[in-house]
Ligand binder design. Sequence first.
Ligand code: NDP
Length: 296
Amino acid sequence: MTAQIIDGKVFAATVREKVAGHVARLRDDHGLTPGLAVVLVGEDPASQVYVRSKGKQTVEVGMASFEHTLDAATPQAELLALIQRLNADPAVHGILVQLPLPGHIDEELVINAIDPAKDVDGFHILNVGRLSTGQKSMVPCTPLGCLMMLRDHLGSLSGLNAVVIGRSNIVGKPMAQLLLRESCTVTIAHSRTKDIADVVRRADIVVAAVGRTQMVPGDWIKPGATVIDVGINRIDAPEKGEGKTRLVGDVDFDSAVQVAGAITPVPGGVGPMTIACLLANTVTACCRANGLPEPE
Ligand code: NDP
């Protein structure tokens, strides 16, 4: 038997539809348009693609999109001044600074300069602290998307063994916090973990956020486990023609699909959910800023 494929594209479309409904109600009932500002510094091609995609989807759900593209050599002080302007702008409810930033800019300083109420990426230290202490916060978009798919597929996650592979601030750690909040028994594996295959084999839920091509083979997966593959790795694809590439995850899909109960594909799994959650977070920020009830 092969695993059920968790279709992130379809799921993300339903999330966007809900967001569009909330946006329409905010406009019709309260005269409000949620606004998302995305700041890109430099010309990283992958970042440019993400930013274009975010802007397009923001407009499609009826929100306002403010895109700020700065030269790679922009001084840090100039970026901080832009963030202060966006913090003060009542038309902007969400601010996202596309990472990574060029080397001369202090990423932490920039993230913590964003008003925590507008920090739709959930990376501000205050939101990180709130999430880990169980207070109302902005939840990072990628782990939030993973959690939504897990809940949709499994219902209650209470008591399940979850292994998160990767301990980054943007995926691994917040993912582990969210799973803990759902009463999972959570293990975080990383590059120094001993016997990682055995650790993963105990998991009912595996979230792989490593950035290593097809690192998790099927024989690491407990039969019937739910596997969420966050990794995005580009590999050569000579079968598609000379010089062509394709995207693969951190999980070896072909072997894992034979063992898992359910699995997200790459592409078409976590990726589309990330942007959908960004839009949802922007609506939440707009509601909070205006003292309105938040969408569920
Ligand atoms: P980071 O590079 O910041 O973190 C990678 C983590 O993997 C680290 O904690 C590292 O451990 C761990 N790791 C590295 N090698 C191994 C190994 N051999 N065994 C076990 N653990 C290992 O990556 P991110 O968290 O930012 O991203 C992870 C992946 O997710 C990337 O492919 C990225 O492109 C993708 N991604 C996808 C998104 C989406 O929307 N779908 C959004 C964000 C990221 P250590 O700490 O010990 O070094």
